[in-house]
Design a protein around this ligand. Structure first.
Ligand code: FNR
Length: 212
């Protein structure tokens, strides 16, 4: 296949994105942020939320006996997705334990982990004035370790979240909606670019290319 065809094909597919939040709270701003993202996604992107609350703490003994069902499903959802969106609260300047657990499982086994090489976008909401800046830095660092392809800044930091969502947890703040839309479009292009790069690399490595 010509390299131009590879690029064309990579651009034509729908982008299937899975999303999860580091909060299980019913009134969670971060879950609400993912719902807003789902509604504002570009036409060529679908976003489906998955739950991480059933994941057990990482334990190498448990892993050695075989991943529990919740872990199998979580890993499969990430593997099948073109990209992942993570909405993180900020707990004590870092990410919540439930999210650490998800990253731990998603980073196993090393080298072929579901998060390795995966395109990931971060966002976060907090009632404070810093809007999860420190939690997102923390999360970016963890994802760097597992070689995820994390969308570079600018970040989406939803500060004073209680003023940006209404009582039904709809994102009503126009400025935030614009920044969220822009991030989603940038993420779509990021996934497409990585897809083209991967397809071109595969094409160049194939015996037919004569360029091994
Ligand atoms: C918080 N919160 C918080 N906020 C922040 O901006 N920086 C922080 O370091 C912390 N630390 C922190 C620790 C713990 C244990 C809790 C429970 C809370 C407040 C937090 O951002 C707020 O509760 C958010 O609303 C949580 O996100 P969800 O559940 O709304 O998505």
């Amino acid at each position: 296949m010509l390299e131009a065809d590879v690029a064309e094909q990579a651009l034509n597919d729908v982008l299937r994105v899975v999303a999860f939040a580091g909060s299980q709270r019913r009134g969670s701003f971060n879950r609400a942020l993912l719902e807003a993202a789902r509604q504002l996604a570009p036409g060529r992107m679908t976003i489906s939320s998955i739950e991480i609350g059933d994941l057990p703490f990482y334990n190498a003994d448990v892993e050695a006996e075989g991943d529990p069902v919740a872990v199998v499903e979580f890993k499969a959802a990430i593997r099948a997705a073109d990209g992942v969106i993570i909405a993180t609260p900020e707990y004590n300047d870092g990410i919540p334990g439930v999210l650490t657990t998800a990253i731990d499982w998603g980073s196993r086994p090393p080298g072929i982990a579901p998060l390795t090489g995966k395109s990931v976008a971060l966002m976060g909401a907090s009632p404070s004035q810093i809007g999860t800046a420190r939690a997102q830095l923390h999360l970016r660092q963890l994802l760097g370790h597992v070689h995820a392809r994390t969308l570079p800044p600018p970040e989406l930091l939803v500060a004073a979240a209680h003023e940006r969502f209404d009582a039904e947890l709809r994102l009503t703040h126009e400025g935030t909606r614009r920044v969220l839309s822009a991030l989603l479009e940038r993420f779509a292009r990021w996934i497409e670019r990585e897809r083209i790069a991967d397809a071109a690399e595969r094409a160049l490595a194939s015996p037919a290319s004569g360029r091994r």
